[in-house]
Ligand binder design. Structure first.
Ligand code: ZN
Length: 203
């Protein structure tokens, strides 16, 4: 199982971190060990002093494929949820400054959190999905798939030019603006529309 992540897929988020708006999807990966298993506590990692949440829509790959055309891409995923791409922002800034890879900031154990899956039905309008994140019962991030620079289908097509997609792979589709810090004791809760899909406390 592989976890693909898209960086800078919302204009307002690219700008809040001082990045250019990309001309093609920015893709990075997390290993299988990055996925927080259900009923497992999340511990604040010891190597960072600036842990950030990034709330994102996540897709579940349901069919193996390579060189997938965008017009066929919707046949390759069948579930959606909301998740967190946890980021050690201090580490990422150091790595970015030196032009080094991001894994130590993004791909560590339990850095990928996902909620309960929602099966994608044909009537779902994939270009109008609201999602949001609450921290300690306060709304901190709010997004809509309409504001993505690269749509689900274009992301799937793009990834598949480089990597084969396999059943069970996950795709984090990027975070909207409003990323921020969390500390031990914070409670995070993620929603698609008004359905709560995960709750997590930072230990
Ligand atoms: Zn992200």
């Amino acid at each position: 199982m592989k976890i693909f992540c898209v960086g800078r897929n919302y204009v307002a988020h690219a700008k809040e971190l001082g990045n250019d708006v990309p001309e093609e999807p920015v893709i990075f990966m997390k290993p299988k060990s990055a996925l927080l298993q259900s009923h497992t506590p999340f511990y604040y990692p010891e190597f960072t002093n600036e842990l950030h949440y990034e709330c994102e829509l996540v897709l579940r790959i349901s069919k193996n494929g390579k060189y997938i055309q965008e017009k066929h891409a919707s046949k390759y995923y069948n579930g959606i949820t909301v998740g967190i791409d946890f980021t050690a922002r201090d580490i990422q800034n150091q790595l970015k400054e030196k032009g080094l890879p991001w894994e130590k900031a993004k791909a560590w154990d339990n850095s990928a959190v996902i909620g309960k899956w929602i099966d994608i039905k044909p009537e779902l309008n994939k270009k109008d999905i609201n999602f949001c994140l609450y921290k300690n019962k306060e709304l901190v991030q709010q997004g809509n798939s309409a504001n993505m620079i690269f749509s689900f289908d274009s992301i799937i097509a793009h990834i598949s030019n480089y990597f084969s997609l396999n059943i069970g792979d996950l795709v984090f589709t990027g975070t909207p603006a409003g990323v921020g810090e969390c500390v031990v004791g914070d409670d995070l809760e993620g929603f698609i529309e008004d359905e709560s899909l995960f709750e997590l406390s930072i230990k």
